[in-house]
Write a protein that binds this ligand. Structure first.
Ligand SMILES: NC(=O)c1ccc[n+]([C@@H]2O[C@H](COP(=O)([O-])OP(=O)(O)OC[C@H]3O[C@@H](n4cnc5c(N)ncnc54)[C@H](O)[C@@H]3O)[C@@H](O)[C@H]2O)c1
Length: 304
């Protein structure tokens, strides 16, 4: 199948491109910028809101399915530029759904976010947990889900929305507390951060996030169209620091109390993704961080 992957130069999009390519699909990336990571694959540049450009690419490559991973992808970035977030994430997503509808592309996997849940005290977060988006980014992601439901209901499409947990791993450009600690550790630098130890997040390794997307793309008929994709484990930053300290025992890591401004969301219940999509995360946090550290080490060597 010929699959268009938007946001193909980004963290998740590039991993999805790689996985689909390895599995024998013909992938075409679409992003506003080129990236050396996807140099060996076909990538077209353009803006998500540019319908004529998207239409010509869909026709040129006879696209049969779309993974929509492009957009503004961080709650803090969303707050810095709310207008641009709404334009890119809501108008851009509508442009993708509309292009899919008009070119009879039934299957679209839309990357939503756990941010739609906002802060809540529930122990476990299921897709039934009341959504409570608390910033522009979260509102934009939830709007994309609602639009997906409308396209499913009114136009018979098969849009699947995935509420991703916090994704970490090679090629992450957006702010990320794991990346922030690990990059310093890999370079042998001591860490003394004023705050952040109490921030808890559900981290998912980028290869597992890509696997979730792949499984959703492959799924034939599901009884739901919205899924949590995570590990079901919440981790505090002081526990992340302990994992990194274990890998780099010679550096000192101190992190003061407090959070980093991310929502506190109860651990994801991913049982429906397991039952309906056959998705289960493979990487424990220790394994993902070790693989990410290895990548950063190798990258450091190749740069020097
Ligand atoms: N990374 C996470 O922790 C996380 C968590 C939950 C959900 N998500 C969602 O997953 C998706 C992918 O996230 P990511 O971490 O790979 O993001 P990313 O920032 O690494 O990649 C997004 C890509 O979209 C491209 N893009 C942005 N605006 C564009 C536009 N107007 N036209 C064309 N391309 C544009 C960027 O150039 C970038 O390469 C996003 O939709 C994000 O909301 C990410």
């Amino acid at each position: 199948m010929n699959v268009l992957v938007t946001g193909s130069s980004g963290l998740v999009g590039s991993a999805v491109m790689e996985l689909l390519h390895r599995e024998g699909h013909h992938v075409v990336g679409f992003d506003q910028r080129k990236s050396p990571i996807t140099d060996h694959l076909t990538v077209e540049t353009g803006d998500l809101c540019d319908f004529p450009r998207l239409a010509s690419i869909i026709q040129k490559y006879n696209i049969g399915a779309i993974v929509h991973s492009g957009g503004i992808s961080h709650p803090h970035a969303g707050e810095a530029s709310p207008y641009e977030t709404v334009r890119t994430n809501i108008l851009g997503t509508t442009t993708i759904f509309e292009a899919a509808r008009l070119f009879h592309i039934n299957k679209v996997v839309y990357l939503s976010s756990g941010a739609v849940y906002g802060n809540h005290s529930a122990g476990v977060t299921t897709v039934e947990t009341k959504v409570h988006p608390e910033n522009t980014y979260a509102v934009s992601k939830l709007t994309g889900e609602y639009l997906g439901e409308v396209y499913n209901r009114n136009y018979g499409m098969n849009v699947i929305s995935l509420r991703l947990a916090f994704v970490y791993g090679p090629n992450r450009f957006m702010p990320d507390p794991i990346k922030s600690l690990l990059e310093r550790a890999v370079n042998g630098l001591d860490i003394d951060d004023a705050k952040g130890a109490d921030q808890q997040l559900e981290f998912i390794y980028v290869k597992d996030a890509a696997l979730g997307v792949y499984k959703a793309l492959q799924a034939e008929k599901c009884s739901s169209s919205i899924f949590n994709i995570g590990t079901g484990v919440n981790t505090k930053m002081n526990e992340v620091a302990a994992v990194i300290k274990n890998l780099y025992p010679n550096i000192s890591i101190k992190i003061g109390p407090g959070d980093l401004g991310y929502d506190f969301i109860g651990a994801f219940d991913c049982s429906e993704a397991e039952k309906q999509l056959g998705f289960k995360a493979n990487y424990r946090l220790e394994d993902g961080i070790a693989e990410y550290a290895k990548y950063l080490e190798e990258n450091k060597k190749s740069k020097s």
